[in-house]
Design a protein around this ligand. Sequence first.
Ligand code: MN
Length: 265
Amino acid sequence: MEKRNRYNPQPFKPLFPIETMKILVTNDDGIYADGIFFLKEALEKLGEVIVFAPDKERSAVGHALTMHVPLRVSEVFLRDGSRAYMTNGTPSDCVLLAMLMLGKPDLVASGINRGANLGDDITYSGTVSAAMEAAIHGVKAFSISVAAFEDVLYSAGAHVASVIAQKIVENGLPEHTFLNVNVPNINSPKACVITKQGKRIYSDRLTERTDPRGERYFWISGEPSAHAEEGTDIDAVAKGYVSVTPLHLDLTNMDALKTISKWFL
Ligand code: MN
């Protein structure tokens, strides 16, 4: 077997050019979704963008990591001919893989998601979880979604994404905090408002059917109710504003902590 000449090593390919901001872009709608392309284009003005995304739609996978199948990564080309990384993993896998393979970025942007991520829905969201994964590792991050599934106006979302990214770069973010951004699906959204996470009340429906082999199968569906408390993400988007919610990772209920600790006195 031929020994590699130690004085003639493989050329070192720096994955990010030195002294530019490194921006990792991912999503949960899959690497060929329109939204991620708009996000990549919007952020290219600010730094070096690396796209690292799932090979298929992984919406509503939440914060899942892949544990029981091998992760594959391949280099693919986006519609503008630029290079990107595609994996069979989840959005959170994408953030971890990118950080471990390419080094920590300065900013992670996740989206632009097709469909809002508001209220309790964020706990199911792969888009939001990717930003959360970055925050766990001390990397500044935001997730961005447009509140529509049909005729989605990604260009408005892209403009918002560049504004949010600039604000994060200028001001930084508190520790373990990331931003969840939702853009109404209108051509000229009103100003950005800072909101708190609202409550979405779903009328969940269970549909039961029988497959061609005679086995029962189920389908869970539901529509969120229109009730929106003032000051919430849901309310802001309903009124045509861009909602910006600062989220953090500590799920502890501080009020309940006092009450529950009395149980064991
Ligand atoms: Mn999605």
